[in-house]
Design a protein around this ligand. Structure first.
Ligand SMILES: [Cu+2]
Length: 475
């Protein structure tokens, strides 16, 4: 298939880039340090069996024989040596999502990062920053092969400890959501998203019917279907800090804990100006939310998705108070619309030096084919020159969604500041992924802090694989 050979070509490109980097590198004093002793972080990519439910085992690829991979705790600004081993027969890319680190170690083929050769090993050093909830995941392009890329179990939380941590909580819980057993279908499989804008007049009618959509049979939190893993054990009166990661390949999700509120303290690991209590969390693919919950409603509860079918198929985890037992309770939450601006403060963002419009478009693939995606009317092509940015200059990115699909768009190696969401001005909310709903517009400012190639893309794997990318070059 054409797309697979393209993906293969991208890979060979990445490998050539890696070889080039290795060949041209001038030895430094850091090199002797690099080769001495055990690494601070070791990830071994290999086959893994995941028991997601009783009598139900998933065969996939993961880190260090577990899904999710191990929780990686790092200290902000303290360099670490990283060992990456690849026990599979295909080259891999390990992306440090949400960190401001050099392109060589960021883990994206488009940025010519180092790849981990099949059955091979690489070692490098990186300096973790900024503080907060980050993660690590594969960045290969699986195209139509749902046994690869983010469809697998190759993801792990990275928590970068801030230099000072007030620690205003009694317990810290990390939860990562993921779906399994993907299948292609003709119909849109997500329930309709109510938060959709008016169709812009210049969006042309589709020439072909909608192409393949993707659905899943099983849903998990921390690799277990609802009811099959250990519950989150809490005590009455505790304040529990949840770090939640949407480690899906393609799904945006909502989560609620009946009888409780989440006080959102950080988005994508970055503290928000105005922590707010909400009943329902929403996370686009790759987004993280840190939120505290006051445990003041004793019982046994389901923390799960309000989508009944997905919850029945596993998307949830039991929260159990000490001394309580019985069937976990679920109560459908009131309808709510997620609003990033609730956590920000308006009018604080300085004017940008330049505004960059990024219009998202869709070309329907037709029945039995994949849809294709465009940014400013073009599908991504690695041979096109990257868009130049100047380090230290403030740019306003205008994410203008001319499709009816939501897009969790991600900028590598930077955080951006939301300044306008669907017409509502805001400031102070720093993120690396933002979910732009159908026909909606989000403006975000970025001041590139580090030079080198910087990839922008939709984190929905199918969208990314079929064109939804743009490469920047910061000098
Ligand atoms: Cu998308």
């Amino acid at each position: 298939m054409i797309h697979e050979s393209k993906s293969r070509r991208d890979f060979l490109g990445a490998m050539a880039g890696a070889a080039l980097l290795a060949g041209c590198r001038t030895p430094t004093s850091a090199d002797s340090e690099l080769h001495a002793g055990p690494a601070d972080v070791t990830l071994r990519i290999g086959p893994v069996l995941v028991d997601i439910a009783k009598g139900h085992t998933i065969s996939t690829v993961g880190y260090n024989g577990q899904v999710p991979g191990p929780l990686i705790r790092l200290k902000e600004g303290e360099p670490v040596t990283v060992d990456l081993f690849n026990d599979t027969d295909a080259a891999e890319l390990v992306h440090w999502h949400g960190q401001i680190i050099p392109a060589a170690v960021d883990g994206a083929a488009e940025e010519k990062s180092l790849a981990v050769p099949a059955q091979g090993h690489i070692r490098y050093r990186l300096t973790p920053r900024p503080a907060g909830a980050r993660f690590v995941h594969t960045h290969v392009m699986p195209m139509s092969d749902t046994c690869r890329g983010t469809y697998t179990g190759q993801f792990a939380f990275v928590y970068i400890e801030p230099r000072s941590n007030p620690g205003q909580y009694d317990q810290e819980v990390f939860l990562a959501t993921h779906e399994w057993e993907p299948f292609f279908g003709a119909e849109e499989m997500e329930e309709g998203d109510e938060d959709i804008g008016p169709k812009p007049p210049d969006v042309k009618p589709d020439e072909k019917p909608n192409g393949w959509e993707i659905g899943y049979q099983r849903f998990t939190i921390n690799g277990k279907c609802l009811g099959f893993g250990e519950p989150v054990r809490v005590k009455q009166g505790q304040r529990v800090l949840f770090h939640i990661l949407n480690a899906s390949a393609t799904e945006n999700i909502k989560l609620a804990l009946p009888g409780h509120l989440f006080t959102v303290t950080a988005l994508d690991g970055n503290p928000v100006p105005h922590p707010q209590a909400v009943g329902v969390l929403e996370l686009g693919t790759a987004e993280r939310i840190s939120a505290t919950v006051e445990m003041n409603n004793p019982g046994v509860w389901v923390l799960g998705t309000p989508m009944d079918d997905d919850r029945k198929n596993g998307m949830g985890i039991v929260v159990e108070y000490a001394g309580r037992s019985g069937e976990p309770r679920w109560i459908k939450p009131a309808k709510s619309v997620w609003d990033y601006t609730a956590f920000g403060e308006a009018g604080t963002a300085p004017s940008p030096a330049e505004t960059i419009p990024l219009v998202f478009g869709k070309i329907n693939g037709g029945t039995g084919h994949f849809n294709h995606w465009t940014v400013n009317g073009k599908e991504f092509n690695q041979s096109d020159p990257p868009r130049a940015l100047v380090k230290g200059r403030r740019y306003r990115l205008v994410f203008d969604n001319h499709t009816d699909d939501p897009h969790p768009v991600h900028l590598h190696r930077n955080s951006f500041e939301l300044v306008n969401v669907n017409g509502r001005p805001t400031g102070g909310v720093l993120k690396d992924v933002v979910l732009v709903k159908g026909y909606r517009k989000v403006e975000a400012d970025v001041t590139p802090a580090m030079d080198g190639l910087t990839l922008f893309h939709c984190h929905q794997q199918l969208h990314m694989d079929y064109g939804f990318k743009l490469l920047f070059n910061v000098t």
